[in-house]
Ligand binder design. Structure first.
Ligand code: NDP
Ligand code: HSE
Length: 433
């Protein structure tokens, strides 16, 4: 094997600069681990004139993708440019040229992961994407290698740093949603257009990747039910505090039996007893329950230049080690099971519900009678005296029930004349822990 492996970067932004920096700063450590050096030979960028946060030799920058994709010296291509169609085209081109590909692009892997894995396999190339979920947390390899002999039942993740930062600020400091989002943008956690963050799509893409690895089935983005945090109110967060809950945007991937899975992203009231409740600010964490291992939790920085670059570099090192052994082309995910989604009547959780009701005798009795008829019992009840509109505010937390039954109850509740409005409802998790 050569004394030095040449790498081509597609992109030199937040993550690309981190990768170039790690390769320079830890060259001796990489040599020690690999028995050869690693160098960045060419870097594709959009704008050659742009000032760079990392001081790199500008002669290796190019705006011509062929300088990376068609250079026979380059064995490993690192895609950290983002976007979908162009990135996909370049990655497929890299495989045709027999280059191994590392990417941090969760959007691309969530949409085209199976197609890209097949192309990598056909060309006996590696495709790794450790950085696509949880930034610097060594998570995907932890799942696919560390828990290979286990059967995973449940994955619950805080996988979007922006929303966790916003919720922490709203919950702890009482900051408004708008101000907290602005802070997250200024700190660089949010995407350029933060819609994907706050509407839950970024988390949904990451949950697709986690669910594929956990359940060995081809989960797609359309299978994920997604709800973001843009409509949350401080009122609910304050009630949550009284109930000893923290509001989190949680990605769920649950397996009810071998073949039925549920993947969703939703704002959730988490009991403060649950280990994920203590994950604050921009941090990410993924809680995994396996048949054999029991509970485990992976925690760390979900974004940022150097943390994300460490995940990219773990993939680069893996690809180079595989080159040495001549074993490239193994899939990260080998689908095994037919996909079957869990029907609503088999999806169980507790629920938080906030109602505005007419402040009159018998109103609460009518509501509790309805829930009684539906077979749903209350675990906790809070009631605020009527306001100037003569409406009382009632908050209930139900015992565990199926989603189908809860939705039926909501429909019936809206027909009761005493119910002025169903203000909000959220999934509740972790009370039983
Ligand atoms: P940036 O926007 O900071 O950087 C993108 C880089 O790619 C820039 O250098 C840009 O060039 C270059 N680029 C983009 N499009 C093109 C194109 N069409 N042709 C040539 N060059 C192009 O992105 P990030 O580094 O933040 O993110 C990169 C990837 O990593 C994304 O997929 C993102 O989702 C993922 N990721 C990011 C994390 C983070 O913390 N930022 C964490 C985990 C994953 P130029 O500099 O000239 O504009
Ligand atoms: N916008 C993303 C987040 C970046 O906030 O988690 C890391 O994927």
């Amino acid at each position: 094997m050569e004394k030095e492996v040449s790498i081509g970067l597609l992109g030199l932004g937040v993550v690309g600069s981190g990768v170039a920096q790690l390769i320079e700063n830890y060259q001796d450590d990489l040599k020690h681990q690999l028995g050869c050096g690693v160098r960045v030979k060419s870097v594709l960028v959009r704008n050659l004139e742009k000032a760079r946060s990392y001081d790199i030799d500008h002669s290796i920058l190019t705006t011509n993708c062929d300088d990376v994709l068609n250079d026979p010296d380059i064995n490993v291509v690192v895609e950290v440019m983002g976007g979908i169609e162009e990135a996909r085209k370049y990655i497929l081109q890299a495989f045709q040229a027999k280059k191994h590909v590392i990417t941090a692009n969760k959007d691309l892997i969530a949409l085209y992961g199976p197609e890209l894995e097949a192309a990598a396999n056909e060309n006996e190339c590696d495709l790794f994407y450790e950085a696509s979920v949880g930034g610097g947390i060594p998570l995907l390899r932890g799942l696919s290698d560390g828990l290979v002999s286990d059967r995973i039942q449940q994955v619950m993740g805080i996988v979007n740093g922006t929303t966790n930062y916003i919720l922490t600020k709203m919950d702890v400091d009482g900051t408004s949603y708008e101000d907290a989002l602005k802070e997250a943008q200024e700190l660089g956690f949010a995407e350029a257009d933060p819609t994907a963050d706050v509407e839950g799509l970024d988390a949904a893409r990451k949950m697709v990747i986690l669910a594929r690895l956990s359940f060995l089935t081809n989960v797609e983005l359309d299978d994920v039910e997604v709800e973001g945090i843009s409509n949350l109110s401080l009122t609910d967060l304050q009630y949550g505090k009284q109930l000893d809950y923290s509001m989190k945007l949680i990605g769920f991937a649950n397996r009810t039996n071998d073949h039925h899975i549920e993947v969703s992203v939703q704002p959730t009231f988490l009991s403060n007893k649950h280990p994920l409740a203590s994950v604050t600010d921009e941090y990410n964490a993924v809680y995994i329950n396996g048949e054999a291992v029991g509970e485990t939790m992976f925690y760390g920085p979900g974004a940022g230049s150097l943390p994300t670059a460490t995940a990219v570099m773990s993939d680069v090192v893996e690809a180079i080690k595989n080159m040495r052994l001549g074993v490239n082309g193994k899939k990260f995910v080998k689908p095994r099971f037919q996909k079957e989604l869990t029907p609503m009547d088999q999806r169980y959780s507790q629920f938080y519900l906030r109602l505005h009701v007419k402040d009159e005798v018998g109103a609460f009795a009518l509501i509790s009678e309805l829930f009684h008829q539906m077979g749903i019992s209350f675990e906790r009840i809070l009631q605020k005296p009527s306001n100037k509109d003569e409406l009382a505010e009632i908050v209930v937390v139900t015992h565990e029930t199926s989603l189908a039954k809860f939705k039926d109850s909501l429909a019936k509740l809206r027909e009761l004349y005493v119910v002025e409005n169903v203000e909000s409802f959220f999934r509740v998790e972790g009370d039983a822990k």
